[in-house]
Design a protein around this ligand. Structure first.
Ligand SMILES: *Cc1c(COP(=O)(O)O)cnc(C)c1O
Length: 298
């Protein structure tokens, strides 16, 4: 790995595994642990570092000087990329979905302050950008520019996510995580121990396409995983009072902050499934806190 990346990673905090205690869990004889990838770094959101690490290493090995990627106005992916670019002295360009808002979101303001050039693209053009999946694919890319598809959905992302699985020194039955593009899930499916089932929760509605996207990222067919589509709460980044109340209650009881876009929805869904006896008594579940807390600011 590039020495600059090793140096950056040395500044990270460990992603600890914490046991969650709750009367509901005790009554159902479910043991629940959370892997705190949100603690890795105050800015570079948990799973975003896992996914970016080897992609950026590849870009550096090609002597790229500019990282180009796409995302929404609250994108944790672009936010992490802008920060990493600043630290490594690489230029960054963010293709942002939709028209430029009259007031930049806190996420966009950070990105700009870290030197990312923001280019706003119409929703229809944004959808077309999703066709370009490989680092050299984007039309009009100049020499030295390296393209990252939405959410860093590239094979190389899986290698970094696998390190998360290797850090878990506990036997477990199920591992749960929220899904946007499903790339993090794909990275967990590969190295997960054989008897473990991987359960993703879609943050988007109508996310039926996700299973095919995940399968396309996996080097071989695996059947140890599934994606639950039942808890989108009306759609990506939408919320309601029930979800907000759940998150507040969870934070109060555990002192672990959640955000409503990914981890909050996943934990709500997981508790709901536990209440409905979805898991056998004695099941040990590990959830991944994928970070993303910066998106909570408005
Ligand atoms: C981006 C993100 C996800 C989704 O990750 P994918 O690999 O795209 O499925 C989940 N949680 C948080 C906090 C994120 O920022």
């Amino acid at each position: 790995m590039h020495p600059e990346l090793i140096k950056l990673e040395k500044t990270f905090s460990p992603s600890i595994l914490t046991k969650i205690d709750d009367p509901l869990l005790a009554s159902q004889r479910i043991e629940l642990w959370m892997k705190r990838d949100d603690l890795l770094h105050p800015v570079i959101s948990g799973n975003k570092w896992r996914k970016l690490k080897y992609i950026i290493d590849h870009a550096l090995s090609l002597s790229a000087d500019t990282l180009v990627s796409m995302g929404g106005a609250y994108s944790n992916h672009l936010h992490a990329l802008a920060y990493v670019g600043k630290v490594l002295g690489l230029k960054t360009i963010g293709l942002v979905r939709g028209e430029q808002p009259p007031m930049l979101t806190p996420t966009l303001r950070d990105m700009q302050a870290w030197g990312m050039a923001l280019k706003f693209v119409s929703r229809s053009d944004y959808r077309l950008l999703r066709h370009y999946k490989s680092w050299h694919d984007l039309p009009g890319l100049k020499p030295g520019q390296y393209w990252l598809p939405e959410g860093g959905a590239q094979r190389l992302a899986l290698k970094g996510v696998a390190e998360l699985v290797a850090e878990i020194d506990l036997r477990y039955d199920t591992i749960c995580l929220p899904c946007g593009t499903g790339t993090t899930l794909a990275g967990i499916v590969e190295p997960a121990p054989e008897q473990v089932s991987v359960l993703g929760f879609a943050a988007l509605k109508n996310a039926g396409f996700l299973a095919a996207d995940v399968a396309a990222l996996l080097p071989q067919c695996r059947n140890n995983w599934q994606i639950n589509l039942d808890y989108p709460f009306g759609g990506f980044a939408k919320t309601n009072t029930e979800l907000t109340a759940f998150i507040e209650d969870f934070e109060l009881k555990t002192r672990i902050p959640l955000e409503p876009v990914y981890t909050g929805k996943m934990m709500y869904a997981l508790y709901d499934l536990i209440k409905k006896h979805h898991f056998k008594p004695g099941t040990r579940i590990i959830t991944i806190h994928t970070g993303g807390l910066q998106g909570k600011r408005h």
